[in-house]
Design a protein around this ligand. Structure first.
Ligand code: S3P
Length: 188
């Protein structure tokens, strides 16, 4: 297959069959991890799981409630345990919350047992997308653009450790999912 040739269903099925580990999407809030992850899983015929949803189910509370009642450290402990369990259980696609890959233990586990894909995205797109919902505790305390810029500065050295990196500004998100499949094909 040449680099620019469009992927056929047969190509995608062949790539899916060769990949023997979960795909874990990492990157900042608003990068599109959940939407892209769902499309990617669908295209590859794999299960999709959103780690933030799994944390909410385990805690029987929403993420803002967890932050409000117990604080961020408690959320991070739960996040570490839930992602470890998902990697153990799933051979699918896992979307993680933006801070998950910053945790040394989680990052080491993902890099060893899964394939990390960083969905890198410009700040203006992240600001626009995250403004659509008010469900992110870390964005409540100030100017979202300044907060996201600071988070990117601190987290970029960790995100850069992902085995693969794609751009996330694409619309539709299906294009990002296809870019991930191409990147996986090259990586395999
Ligand atoms: C967080 C990102 C959120 C969620 C929590 C903390 C972060 O997930 O896990 O609010 O630290 O960046 P998304 O990246 O899916 O918004």
């Amino acid at each position: 297959m040449t680099a620019d040739a469009p992927l056929t269903q047969t190509d995608i099925a062949a790539i899916a069959a060769r990949l023997d580990r979960p795909i874990v999407l990492v990157g900042l809030m608003g990068a599109g991890k959940s939407t892209v992850g769902r499309r990617l899983a669908n295209m590859l015929g794999r299960q999709f799981v959103d780690a933030d949803d799994a944390i909410e189910v385990a805690a029987q509370r929403s993420i803002p409630e967890i932050f409000d009642e117990f604080g961020e450290d408690y959320f991070r402990d739960g996040e570490r345990r839930v992602i470890a369990r998902l990697i153990e259980e799933e051979r699918g696609v896992i979307a993680t919350g933006g801070g998950a890959f910053v945790d040394a233990q989680t990052r080491a586990l993902i890099l060893e047992r899964a394939l990390a894909v960083w969905i890198d995205c410009d700040i203006d797109t992240l600001v626009e997308r995250t403004a659509r919902r008010n469900t992110r505790p870390l964005l409540r305390g100030g100017d979202p653009k300044a907060i996201l810029t600071g988070l990117l500065e601190r987290r970029q050295p960790f995100y850069e450790q992902a085995q693969l990196r794609v751009r996330g500004e694409n619309n539709p998100h299906t294009d990002t999912a296809l870019a991930i499949i191409k990147a996986i094909d090259e990586w395999l």
